[in-house]
Design a protein around this ligand. Sequence first.
Ligand SMILES: Nc1nc2c(ncn2[C@@H]2O[C@H](COP(=O)(O)OP(=O)(O)OP(=O)(O)O)[C@@H](O)[C@H]2O)c(=O)[nH]1
Ligand SMILES: [Mg+2]
Length: 315
Amino acid sequence: MGRTGTGKSTLGNLLIGEPHDNGPFDTSAQMDSATQECSTATMFINRVPYNIVDTPGIFDTREGTVPVLNKIAKTINKCEHGVKAILIVLDAGRFTEEQKNVLNEIRTFLGKDATNNIISVFSRATKRQTIDRNVMRGDWNHFVDSFIQGIGNRWGISPNPDIFSPHEKTHKVRLSEIKELISSIQGVYTTEQLEKNRKKQAEERQRKEEFEKEVKREYEEKLKEDVRREQWRREEKFMKVMEKMKQEQEKQKRREEKLMRQMEKMKEEQEEQRKQEREEYRREIESMRQERAMNKMLESLTLFANQTAHLFCDH
Ligand SMILES: Nc1nc2c(ncn2[C@@H]2O[C@H](COP(=O)(O)OP(=O)(O)OP(=O)(O)O)[C@@H](O)[C@H]2O)c(=O)[nH]1
Ligand SMILES: [Mg+2]
């Protein structure tokens, strides 16, 4: 198992003793995945036959991870006697975050029960790394280091076919190391263990989905509550403004009424004043009229006295 293009099919061919690019397993130099389906071939270790299963790459460029893992699960389920060794092929030149993700995916997929059956195999190693295992070990990052420790230090190197020919000692030594690791593994990883883990994973996924759904529901509820609160707050604010406006209007009305009353009073006072003035004028006219009448009477009396005066004198 391993990331797309790491050299799984190449390793399979080499373990069988076939040319790296002309064995039962198809290899490809192209970036997109060569192996699409699981396929098997037989190899011998100390004359004991073993079925090698070549698997499609994880993080395939065409397919997602889930369909690939499903195909691998189907193949494991066909192994009636279980799986003795699971070879995880890691690119020695790419200790990246992506590689970490692939390892985590595989670990989660197989579960803890597979730990004792995993062997890590490094491909694309340099000449120095392939000749001297210590050089390879020194190039690991912390994550790879702890992963290898976690699987009981079972690791090997797939000899780079571009550097070492099948006749070279290094090529043979590195391949026999891998074969020895395979045959030394005790016990098998069974279909039941895989299915138990897959069931556990499915349950965990479901729990996670339900938890996420619950978190989402709570978040949406809170959001709705916030919207409701905001609406109430706005309505309350609006009501307060309306109340204030109403109070202002009433105040204004009272002011106007007061003004009206004042105007009314002023009008009444003016009316009263005009009435008094008219009365005074009338009285003045009346007194002038009486004065004039008096004067006229005096004049008449004077005239009468003047006319009648000689009468009194002659007697
Ligand atoms: N330099 C170098 N190239 C390698 C090594 N192993 C494989 N290759 C080359 O890498 C390319 C891909 O190898 P494959 O064996 O098809 O890789 P794979 O992991 O089976 O790929 P998928 O089936 O697509 O997942 C081929 O051109 C190989 O010749 C290696 O150790 N070193
Ligand atoms: Mg392949």
